[in-house]
Design a protein around this ligand. Structure first.
Ligand code: ADP
Ligand code: MG
Ligand code: MG
Length: 247
């Protein structure tokens, strides 16, 4: 599904990614862990096509297509979903309006007709229920006045509605209390744990991985993957710290 080879990327002319290799197949859940400043968020931004993140070397293919040839909206339409560490607020636009617009623009890209209001509402209710999001909250402006946990749950509702092939989730667990963590974890499993989908979880901590069990765990340090293993690697990291495991 996703193959990254020797990826080098810079932000403001500063090299951040320095030869990243990673291959993700359909049906797999991968976790990237690593110390602050390792380049975890940069990896997500580069794959999503965020302006200012410059690829200087290497390649990434997504479903056989050259990812870096695609505009950000084309990547999304091709089935790439990016969950942000810091979700943005959009005053004046309700969650439901935003999601309907996003879904229908992706459908248009694939020459599918827009969903009717009724069809969309049915889908939104189903996905909101998965994340225990009240429909009243779905009518509120995107993320405005939402708690950290509500923002992350709203983002998981968005993922459920857009139904991506690959979700890259950056610190979905940050700022979550125990209940929100479990709800988000179960939501990720319900939406993404399918033979034709894959997830890349970016996280500092083991705790989300108690709910969303990864098939592979990678340690990112100084812009490249320095160690890979199974779920037990996350536990080792929790015990020994990054320095203990990577040294
Ligand atoms: P992580 O998510 O692993 O904590 P990041 O990918 O956010 O790390 O950042 C990696 C490095 O890139 C850090 O040293 C950070 O300071 C630097 N960096 C990120 N964004 C910018 C930017 N816009 N300008 C300059 N440096 C940046
Ligand atoms: Mg960080
Ligand atoms: Mg980060």
């Amino acid at each position: 599904m996703l193959t990254i080879e020797n990826l080098h990327a810079s932000v403001a002319d500063k090299p951040i990614l320095k030869g990243l290799n990673l291959s993700i197949n359909a049906g797999e859940i991968h976790a990237i862990m690593g110390p602050n400043g390792a380049g975890k968020s940069t990896t997500g931004y580069v794959l999503g096509g965020r302006p200012g993140y410059e690829v200087t070397q290497g390649s990434a293919t997504f479903g056989g297509q050259d990812l870096f040839e695609l505009e950000p909206h084309e990547r999304a339409a091709a089935g790439l979903f990016l969950g942000f560490q810091y979700p943005v607020e959009i005053p004046g636009v309700s969650n439901l309006q935003f999601l309907r617009e996003a879904l229908n623009s992706q459908r248009k890209f694939h020459d599918l007709p827009p969903l009717s209001g009724g069809e969309f509402l049915k889908l939104a209710k189903e996905k909101a229920a998965l994340l225990k999001m009240d429909m009243e909250m779905m009518k509120r402006p995107v993320n405005v006045g939402f708690s950290g946990g509500e923002k992350k749950r709203a983002e998981m509702v968005q993922m459920g509605i857009l139904n991506p092939k690959l979700a890259i989730l950056d610190e979905t667990d940050s700022g979550l209390d125990i209940d929100a963590l479990r709800i988000c974890g179960e939501g990720i499993n319900a939406i993404m744990r399918k033979p034709d989908k894959a997830v890349l979880l970016i996280t500092h901590y083991q705790r989300l991985l108690d709910y969303v069990k990864p098939d592979f765990v990678h340690v990112l340090a100084d812009g490249r993957i320095v160690k890979s293993g199974g779920p037990e690697l996350a536990l080792e990291l929790e015990e020994a710290g990054y320095e203990g495991v990577v040294a």
